[in-house]
Structures are given as structure tokens and as C-alpha cells.
Design a protein around this ligand. Structure first.
Ligand code: ZN
Length: 149
């Protein structure tokens, strides 16, 4: 199986429909499709997928980290450096959960992975991100605790 790069896939020829897709389609694929097919392992798989995406994207500074997440419309990030190995990232308008009912479950694993992957590029260290807040757990933003090691 061939590994495709961002360069391989970025050429889009859709003169009538353009480059945008409805967010509802993304959420059907992401929350209903992937979760029901991958089942219990969906969290770990989506996290690994997100991390790979994050690692493929260019970001060398915290500003580029924020710009990239915003440009891809994953959400509006607000990063706070707790200490040199610990960053807290609030994510407003999260692509997956913003507006979601409070079900008590948190499932923004792909976003968590994207944040970890991008921060690895920025910091030149390994990163592990854990989601601690979500719309689906009663908050109006997502929050991720990221540890660098
Ligand atoms: Zn979220």
C-alpha cells in the first residue's frame, strides 16, 4: 500500500463544488461512521491518526501551531504554557464536538492527536495529549493537557 503525502493529495479539481465540505458530513463520518466501525478501539485509532496528521503539518513555533489549527478549521486554540514540559490547550469551536449535547462521553481523540503531533514538531520532543473537557461533557470548549517528554 502506497503512503501518500500532503503534496500527493492537495490538488483538488472541483470547479462547481469547491474545496469545502459540510461539517455535518465530517461529523457523520467521524462520530457515527468511525466510532461504529472501529468500536472500542476508535479512541486510540483516531488519536494515532490525528498524531500522524499533526506530524505531517509544518509548525515550528507556537504561533504556527495556532495558525495551523485555525487554518484547517479544527478549532480556535488557546495554548497556555504551564511549565517547559506541560502545555494546556483550550480548543474553542471544536470541529467534532462544538454544540454537542452533554452525554458525559469525550471523544475528540483525533483533535487531541493533531495537537500532540503539531506540538512535537514545535518542541522537538515526544508529546502525549489527554482530553479533559468537551462540549459533550458539559463545557463550552474542549481542553487538552499535553505532556512533552
Ligand atoms: Zn471537541
Amino acid at each position: 500500500m502506497k503512503d501518500y503525502s500532503i503534496d500527493d493529495i492537495k490538488r483538488i479539481v472541483r470547479p462547481n463544488l469547491g474545496e469545502e465540505v459540510p461539517l455535518l458530513l465530517f461529523r457523520i463520518l467521524r462520530i457515527i461512521g468511525m466510532r461504529s466501525i472501529l468500536g472500542e478501539s476508535s479512541g486510540a485509532t483516531l488519536y494515532m491518526m490525528g498524531k500522524r496528521v499533526g506530524n505531517m503539518l509544518p509548525a515550528r513555533t507556537m504561533e504556527e501551531f495556532s495558525d495551523m489549527i485555525r487554518e484547517l478549521k479544527v478549532g480556535i486554540p488557546e495554548a497556555q504554557l504551564i511549565d517547559e514540559d506541560h502545555v494546556t490547550v483550550k480548543l474553542y469551536e471544536c470541529i467534532t464536538c462544538a454544540g454537542f449535547p452533554n452525554t458525559g462521553e469525550m471523544f475528540c481523540d483525533m483533535e487531541s492527536g493533531i495537537i500532540a503531533g503539531l506540538l512535537e514538531n514545535v518542541c522537538g520532543k515526544k508529546a502525549r495529549s489527554t482530553q479533559t473537557k468537551s462540549w459533550s461533557a458539559g463545557f463550552s470548549y474542549c481542553e487538552f493537557e499535553v505532556f512533552l517528554y
